[in-house]
Write a protein that binds this ligand. Structure first.
Ligand code: NAP
Length: 259
């Protein structure tokens, strides 16, 4: 059975990846910080889908957590989903600088190191994939969050190009860029998203379906949903200063809907 390692596997998009991959017959390595919740998730998936599960309690904002995850990746996985992430409420100077550097550790350093650890054995076997969860914020100007997600897109495309000649296309690296998805993300960040219109919300299972379909097709940057594909295409046509002014305002107007 192929094995997938998913970071941030207990909630939201990561949990949706876990369910979908379990139903596709993957054995799973589930990673998050909350050990009890991880065990519960692993038990449910084992019981429902008759797969093997491992749990890895690790904080990807800490050196030991990243090192433990790297070690598991080096031992060999067929699919790595670098999904763990979080948001901040507030603009640059309103967020403690330590929270900003923690974000870079989880969104960038952990993604880089786990990708680096997982790829060699995939290339040796001649098959495998890495999905790095970015965001449509990567195409906008939206503080450290958007900047870190833009790095994920650029990094993933660069690595995909670097390995293309070595794997004959059988080892793939893809950035996944969802728009708004109903998960624990906004509540954890203390964001009020009641002003975001319903049509802008994506279903997490739909996001995972689109991601896996794009991965099979060899897409390097996956943007689920027609509406968000159009937004991303539009950001490429508008001068970045204009898009930046609009996006920065939209990104910070998380207040309740005005009536
Ligand atoms: N929701 C959206 O609208 C949206 C849109 C675009 C992109 N994304 C991206 O999608 C990814 C998943 O977000 P989500 O919305 O599914 O969030 P979520 O529901 O809050 O789930 C986050 C998951 O990551 C884990 N996690 C958080 N910090 C971690 C750390 N330091 N080390 C290890 N695990 C950690 C959490 O478990 P523990 O707390 O137990 O560690 C949890 O399993 C993120 O990269 C996010 O930036 C989300």
């Amino acid at each position: 059975m192929p094995t997938a390692l998913i970071t941030g596997a207990t909630a939201g998009i990561g949990a949706a990846f876990a369910r979908r991959l379990a139903s596709d017959g993957f054995d799973l390595v589930l990673l998050a910080r909350d050990g009890e919740r991880l065990e519960r998730a692993a038990r449910d998936l084992r019981d429902t889908y008759a797969i093997s599960t491992e749990t890895l309690v690790a904080d990807l904002a800490a050196e030991e957590g990243i090192a433990a995850a790297e070690e598991r990746c080096r031992a060999g996985v067929d699919l790595l989903v670098n999904n763990a992430g979080f948001g901040h409420k507030g603009t640059f100077l309103n967020v403690p600088v330590s929270d900003e550097t923690t974000m870079l550790k989880v969104h960038c350093e952990a993604v880089l190191r786990l990708t680096h650890a997982a790829l060699p054995s995939m290339l040796e076997r001649g098959r495998g994939a890495v999905v790095n969860v970015s965001s449509v914020s990567a195409f906008a100007v939206r503080g450290t969050y958007g900047a870190s997600k833009a790095w994920v897109v650029s990094f993933s495309q660069g690595v995909a190009q670097d390995i293309a000649g070595r794997s004959g296309g059988r080892v793939r690296v893809m950035a996944l860029c969802p728009g708004f998805v109903k998960t624990e993300f906004h509540r954890r960040a203390g964001m009020d998203v009641s002003g975001i219109p319903e049509f802008m919300w994506l279903d997490k299972d739909m996001v995972v379906d689109a991601a896996l379909r794009d991965l099979r097709r060899g897409v390097q940057v996956s943007v689920p949903g027609a509406w968000y594909k159009a937004i991303v295409a539009a950001t490429r046509l508008v001068p970045s200063g204009v898009a930046g002014r609009f996006s920065s305002r939209a990104g910070r107007s998380y207040g309740p809907r005005r009536t």
